[in-house]
Design a protein around this ligand. Structure first.
Ligand code: NI
Length: 267
């Protein structure tokens, strides 16, 4: 199936809110204030195997008019990332894709990921609906816990598979909130839990990007032989600032802030 950009994001959103209904509740609260929510970006996670590497995931977007704008290196989390933007329509969300550098981890972790890779059909990876295929491989809770000891990112990706890890709302497109702080207060007042790792707001106006996020909603997830409650997806909020020379809003990402945002799926 060849989806339009809008259709693809619609599929990703429906799958995302099915395990993260707080995102839909937040959108509804904002709609009640007369707001229209525009997405700044979505984030996708993968492993750097030959089949599942981020460039294969990116190809789905490259075929739909996106281009790779920038590369990122998350040393501490041992991840590589890229961000893509649509060449013609700036209102299409940016896409942030990262991959775990599996060779930098233990043999045991590498074996588990190789096992996942073995169960994937290469033909499927570049299909649109692969992005919303979820987990199509076997995984025991014991394997999940073993991955978790080395990398929260590895454990999350192995457990949830292919889906948006988070959607990010653009604060710049809201009309009743100007400061990220005010949106955070609004969400806290409405009973949502926000990620407080290094403060509620990651990044500064001087870095041209401020971000905050909810903590991931707990999900009752089925493993082989058992079901467990683990952290799922979170909702993110971004305010971008104009750059001095061009006056245009900064469109990149800040590695140090993303590092902290990744922790929104911590237990
Ligand atoms: Ni993000």
């Amino acid at each position: 199936m060849n989806l339009s950009v809008e259709q693809l994001f619609q599929h990703l959103w429906q799958q995302y809110i099915s395990i993260n209904p707080q995102a839909e509740r937040i959108q509804k609260l904002l709609n009640q204030r007369g707001e229209t929510v525009i997405n700044d970006h979505i984030a996708l996670r993968t492993f750097n195997t030959e089949k599942l590497g981020l460039i294969n995931i990116a190809s789905i977007f490259l075929n739909k008019g996106y281009e790779v704008i920038k590369e990122y290196d998350f040393v501490k989390k041992r991840l590589s990332g890229i961000h893509l933007e649509h060449t013609e329509n700036p209102n299409h969300p940016k896409v942030f894709i990262s991959e775990l550098r599996t060779e930098e981890f233990s043999d045991e972790l590498q074996e588990t990921i190789a096992g996942i890779d073995d169960q994937i059909d290469k033909i499927n990876v570049m299909q649109d609906l692969f992005l919303t295929s979820g987990r199509t491989w076997n995984l025991t809770f014991e394997q999940y816990i073993q991955l978790l000891r080395e990398s929260e990112y590895a454990a999350w990706t192995a457990a949830f598979g292919y889906r948006a890890n988070h959607f990010t709302m653009s604060l710049n497109h809201l009309t009743t909130f100007f400061k990220l702080e005010d949106l955070n207060d609004f969400l806290l007042d409405n009973g949502f839990t926000l990620n407080e790792s290094s403060g509620l707001i990651k990044g500064t106006p001087e870095q041209f990007l401020e971000q905050s996020s909810t903590m991931a909603a707990p999900v009752n997830l089925e493993f082989d032989h058992s079901t467990h409650v683990i952290p799922g997806c979170f909702y993110e909020f971004a305010k971008r600032y104009p750059m001095p020379k061009t006056g245009k809003l900064y469109q990149g990402f800040i590695a140090a802030s993303a590092d902290k945002i990744f922790e929104s799926t911590n237990r």
